[in-house]
Write a protein of this length. Structure first.
Length: 195
């Protein structure tokens, strides 16, 4: 008898995506050593061309997400896409990359909705979180570190209606999050936003 997690993985993984956050930043020309406090730090030397400085698209962050409709609506965490000046790209797989538009951000619930242009995309149908029960099995799916696709971890629902204060987002400000589902499934950096 095979594990129900295998069935979940086959259904969910095709719709789990990586969100890449990038910005136009001055090109790094070289690096220099900066001694401070008995330690040595490596600092980038930026192109000093002033208004004529060479800019290049630079990846500054990322996370996970999942497609929730065939026509390209994507759900992720707000803190993944909190920078309003950044560009966002959704990577479905190495051959399918889409520019993404942020339609909505909700910092209270740490949720954001993106839109990519596509048709007949794999998607995860939404369910009713009010039906979740304490002790129920849970699987977390994501693309941690932007490198490992379709990483699963399993656990149980260990708490419901949790409230926490967390620091996050581009501005690293405190956010009060309510109505959270606590799980013991391992979550790694880059899993944020995944189902």
């Amino acid at each position: 008898m095979s594990s129900p997690i295998i069935k979940i993985a086959k259904k969910v993984c095709p719709a789990v995506i990586t969100v890449v956050v990038s910005k136009d930043l001055p090109k790094v020309e070289d690096f220099y050593s900066f001694p401070y406090g008995g330690k040595e730090y490596i600092m980038p030397m930026m192109d000093k061309g002033g208004a004529q400085a060479t800019m290049e698209k630079t990846q500054i962050g990322g996370g996970s997400g999942f497609i929730i409709s065939r026509d390209g609506y994507v759900l992720t965490s707000n803190h993944v896409v909190a920078d309003t000046t950044a560009d966002y790209t959704v990577i479905l797989d190495p051959e399918h990359k889409y520019p993404a538009k942020v339609l909505s951000r909700d910092s209270i619930n740490d949720v954001a909705v993106l839109k990519i242009e596509g048709k007949n995309l794999p998607y995860v149908p939404m369910a009713d979180s009010n039906k979740i029960q304490l002790g129920e099995d849970v699987v977390a799916v994501g693309n941690p570190l932007g490198e490992f696709q379709d990483t699963l971890s399993a656990g149980i629902v260990s708490g419901l209606s949790r409230y926490i204060s967390a620091f996050g987002g581009v501005d690293h400000q405190m956010q009060n999050l309510r109505g959270l589902i606590q799980t013991e499934a391992a979550i790694n950096p880059g899993n944020s936003g995944g189902p």
